[in-house]
Design a protein around this ligand. Structure first.
Ligand SMILES: NC(=O)c1ccc[n+]([C@@H]2O[C@H](COP(=O)([O-])OP(=O)(O)OC[C@H]3O[C@@H](n4cnc5c(N)ncnc54)[C@H](OP(=O)(O)O)[C@@H]3O)[C@@H](O)[C@H]2O)c1
Length: 194
């Protein structure tokens, strides 16, 4: 089975953005060392329009071949006129309101979200599935998450959008690796205890 990996940026106090979800306060802390980590270790998670200026737009996929995001997260790209923000991946968007996909590379999941994720995980592929977020989608899929990659930025937001928008159960994970960066970011990888 391939893994569903929730790869996410958050504040020290565990928020993925301000109360509206805006994560730009974290993006402003990108520096060359951290960018090098992102482009070498997780190039697939960079949006297509962000890969071009970095000269990695034709890089073969390294870790993921599929992405799933919630409609609100996808909306951020749509508002910029970008219908396929991760054109180097198979893109899935969960939505009950978007009846038709605005792009041939994007498939909308309207029902049986968990069933579809299980189907994708059962596919024979050397690549994993990138759960991009946001909060609501991650909360709905928490039972399906096999790995967490949490990039904690050295900021406190005080209030904001939580990493998981729903659910109160305890879910146990095992710490697999940590890495620290000069800009104060701490990247931790956890695998699911099954
Ligand atoms: N810090 C980070 O690394 C990071 C990463 C990603 C996103 N974000 C932030 O997260 C924010 C968005 O998060 P969010 O929690 O508001 O929204 P979201 O999870 O991106 O999207 C929520 C939407 O997904 C659809 N959905 C959820 N569950 C579904 C299900 N079971 N079946 C079908 N559709 C389902 C619904 O769309 P419909 O309403 O169309 O039915 C729902 O309104 C953005 O502001 C973004 O900046 C941050």
């Amino acid at each position: 089975m391939r893994k569903l990996v929730y790869y996410i940026a958050c504040s020290i106090d565990g928020f993925i953005g301000d109360p509206s979800g805006d994560a730009s306060s974290m993006l402003s802390l990108l520096d060359p060392e951290f960018l090098e980590y992102l482009t070498t270790e997780y190039p697939d998670t960079l949006p297509t329009h962000g890969r071009r200026p970095l000269g990695i737009d034709d890089l073969p996929n390294k870790r993921f071949d599929t992405i799933i995001q919630g409609r609100a997260s996808y909306d951020l790209a749509l508002k910029e006129g970008i219908t396929s923000p991760y054109a180097h991946l198979r893109e899935y968007v969960a939505s009950r309101t978007l009846k038709e996909s605005p792009d041939p590379n994007v498939e909308i999941i309207t029902e049986d979200l968990v069933g579809k994720i299980r189907e994708l995980k059962a596919e024979d592929s050397e690549f994993d599935i990138y759960l991009c977020g946001g909060s609501q989608l991650a909360g709905e899929l928490i039972d399906e998450i096999d790995e967490l990659v949490v990039k904690t930025y050295p900021i406190v937001l005080g209030s904001g959008m939580p990493m998981f928008g729903s659910g109160t159960a305890v879910h146990e994970f095992t710490l697999k690796s940590t890495r620290t960066f000069g800009n104060g970011v701490l990247a931790r990888t956890y695998s699911r205890k099954r």
